[in-house]
Write a protein that binds this ligand. Sequence first.
Ligand code: ADP
Length: 492
Amino acid sequence: APPAPPSAVRQVKLDKECELRVEVSPDAPLRLRLLNGTAEIFGTEIPPQIWLNFPPRFKFAVRRFPSWTVFTWYGATIEMDGTTETDYTADETPMISYVNVHAVLDARRNRAKASPSDSDLSQGPRVIVVGPTDSGKSTLSRMLLSWAAKQGWKPTFVDLDIGQGTITIPGCIAATPIELPIDPVEGVPLDMPLVYFHGHATPRYLILHRKTFCTWSLLVAYPLYLLVPTFIHSQVASLGLWAIFSVLYVFTPSYVVHFSANVDLYKVLVKELAQILERQFAGNVESRAAGMVINTMGWTEGVGYELLLHAIDTFNASVVLVLGQEKLWSMLKDVLKNKGNVDVVKLQKSGGVVSRNAKVRQKSRAYKIREYFYGLSNDLSPHSNIVNFSDLCIYRVGGGPPAPRSALPIGAEPATDPTRLTPVYINRDLLHLVLAVSYAKEPEEIISSNVAGFIWITDINLESKKITYLAPSAGSLPGKYLIMGSLTWYEP
Ligand code: ADP
């Protein structure tokens, strides 16, 4: 660990049931250790005396969890070394109510374990955490999973948040078994996640092709231009218009995000994931009894609310934890009361939860993609590969507006069915896109197949018809079919 000036070392004494909230500094690392007592970070106990290193926030770490909390049930002394953006202790936390939920879940797991042969009773709790963005859903999911793992359960973590998920890169829904308390620094282990690729960081995306966008802007701009009094209609003015148009064209990302919905695809993928897990549970008494913890998107209104109901239904959730939104809680309680056996529980949001603005969220998405290729601390070495256009079969899955005609085979009609597949012809617009490598053996299987991993397009040579991409490892891809969405990444 880097040596820090001695003045930066300080001790914090925490009383029982209090927490130390730390927001990591943007550019300086922080380390911290437990001197005495016991304490945990997001549900994972920290080992005594060992320094834990937190990288600075903006180095290559615009992290999913830029702020931390060290909570103690019985009292502890913490030593910190380095600078922080802010740090303070809080004695008002909702932790007691969270751990009470855990106790109830634990009892249900034990009950499930006691009757392994009964198909209904052997099912452990299926918990779904819902609430608005930045209400602490991911944090609560993490704590519940870590507490369960500490007691020897192997619960399944399902993350349905395609914008700010914690299992894999954005644009995906995923599931993974949690066998050990989640490491406070490293996060969820990524051994064998089951991943489905949606391709967009929100189901609300619609992709508008750059050329379409610019043509439309021009169509709008021209009548406005005509309204300008004639004496300004000099060459300067028309040059100005063209200059603005050119700037717009060059600086508009090749895919502009617009408002619409690719909700149907999202639902289809949620269903696929639920079915696979159901099958896995059928053959595994242990994970069946441990149940699952499902994290959701922060979209709770309108179609977002519909998607929550869809997820509750599809996964057969038995416990719905509602964070920080009274209205959502009463709506869900009302709707689900006829369903029987679904507990809808209202929980308080922690005062420590930090809201992240759109820019921070965008950065954390980019960071997550960087982490996929380069590792948490630059410890992975991805490979750059060059292949012929004809070696890759790229498909776009319905949704959003149809693919630009220029990207389609001649005569093909742009897709409108949300799950219809359209082959994509390679052109410069694919540059910087992140594509998923499907396990599908046939194009028809793409929707229902999970993905093996991702590649990032770094160069397209139209003359030699070669495409250069970055992949986690060298060698051929684990599948022939690639899925394209609107997920792009620009290496910082
Ligand atoms: P959501 O999943 O609902 O969007 P998160 O669980 O990601 O919300 O919480 C938002 C942010 O708040 C996270 O980045 C996390 O670092 C921070 N956070 C959550 N709980 C605490 C806490 N008790 N103390 C300090 N920071 C916290």
